[in-house]
Design a binder for this molecule. Structure first.
Ligand code: ASP
Ligand code: MG
Length: 399
């Protein structure tokens, strides 16, 4: 008999009907003779609705209270799932993050899991119960509830599997990991096996299926992760480091991030304090900067452009306002209509890059910025090119 962690996301838990079918799936696993720990997210779009409620009162609500509010979504799901399992004649018990022994550290709204004391979970598994744990939450050293950042239930699931030394199945509304979002590239062929590192890179650069931290935890602790559909019985995707089963492909996929924008500041006086003023303002606004580019236009003037996260929208507006009012000779503006498209894989070499540049040349597509990392090359393109660029890349790399 072994232990297994199942995780069901918001869509899979979106209605009472769906919760009842999750209950059946969990029971099926139990019937195989396994001890089952189930991690769930809030029902459907509940978390977004909770965010909106708080923002109706205050656009920048107190973080402690915000976490208190957001964590309630998962509490509804765990109890309903426990009731659904019990009504089918099986024993189940639900736990909040705190009750499951999940201790967190760091700031509210994006805290990290510090440790997990699995005693209570194990005791209940030994009693034959199915244990259901609220994803996305834990308790910090002050005894306050904190959340792990949006999408954080994946992290709860993988971290629990690491603590229990078992496998983790992420059940989702897609059938596994695709090399490109099938909504944008319907020909995309599902991936059977992907390495942790490639998956981390895909997630980090915008592929939405799994939250990045969860895969990082899986990688560090060697947790076998399987991503599969919660409603269909089709084959899913294994995230693993097992060299024998991973098919080496130089390009594994394309990640698309719609949440970037470019902030440009022109006519900065090179020999003044302008640049420090700009950085001071950006740091005060806590802008998450992904890339910085500086171009000298002549001996006296320079331009800076920053690739920033659109999630920080309000802050960018405020930074532009501050920059313009402190430095009235500069021009500052944000380019919102762009996306970052990243080609990800273990073999991003000159041969691959040359193919991509040929796509640009032959199809009259331009890019505004380019940046690379060990496992990827990313291009920021105007949204008017996005769809076509993705299709051309998909075809070129047989994704
Ligand atoms: N319910 C949380 C969210 O919407 C956590 C999760 O879904 O993983 O972000
Ligand atoms: Mg998710």
């Amino acid at each position: 008999m072994s232990t297994i962690v199942h995780k069901y996301g918001g869509t899979s838990m979106g209605s009472i009907e769906k919760i009842k079918s999750v209950a059946k799936k969990v029971i099926l696993e139990k019937e195989k003779g396994n001890d089952v720990v189930v991690v769930v997210s809030a029902m459907g779009k509940t978390t977004n609705k909770l965010v909106d409620l708080a923002k109706e009162i205050d656009t920048n609500p107190d973080k402690r209270e915000f976490d208190m509010l957001l964590s309630t979504g998962e509490q509804i799901s765990i109890s309903l799932l426990a009731i659904a399992i019990q009504s089918l004649g099986y024993e189940a018990i639900s736990f909040t993050g705190y009750q499951a022994g999940i201790k967190t550290k760091g700031v509210h709204a994006k805290s990290e899991i510090d440790s997990i004391d699995t005693d209570r979970i194990k005791e209940n598994l030994e009693q034959g119960k199915i244990v259901i744990v609220a994803g996305f939450q834990g308790i910090n050293e002050n005894g306050d509830i904190t959340t792990l950042g949006r999408g954080g239930s994946d992290t709860t699931a993988v971290a629990l599997a690491a603590a229990l030394g078992c496998n983790c199945i992420i059940y989702t509304d897609v059938e596994g990991i695709y090399p490109v979002d099938p909504k944008l590239y319907p020909n995309a062929k599902k991936i059977d096996f992907i390495s942790y590192k490639e998956m981390i890179e895909m997630s980090r650069l915008g592929a939405g299926v799994m939250e990045t931290t969860s895969v990082e935890i899986g990688y560090k602790n060697n947790v076998p992760i399987y991503v599969a559909s919660s409603s269909k019985d089709t084959k899913g995707t294994y995230i693993t480091e097992n060299k024998n089963i991973i098919n080496y492909k130089s390009v594994i996929g394309i990640a698309i991030d719609d949440h970037t924008s470019i902030l440009t500041i022109k006519d900065i006086l090179s020999k003044s304090n302008d640049i420090s003023t700009v950085f001071e303002i950006l740091s005060n606004e806590n802008l998450e900067i992904k890339i910085i580019n500086q171009i000298a236009s002549d001996n006296e003037h320079t331009s800076l452009s920053f690739v920033v996260s659109k999630g920080d929208l309000g802050c960018v507006d405020k930074a532009i306002y501050e920059i313009k009012s402190k430095l009235n000779h500069v021009e500052a503006y944000e380019d919102l209509d762009v996306s970052t498209i990243s080609v990800v894989g273990k073999g991003i070499n000159y041969h691959v890059i040359n193919k991509i540049f040929n796509i640009f040349k032959e199809n009259n597509i331009n890019f505004k910025q380019v940046f690379t990392s060990e496992l990827s090359i990313s291009f920021i393109v105007d949204n008017k090119y996005k769809q076509r660029f993705i299709e051309l890349l998909g075809n070129e790399f047989d994704l």
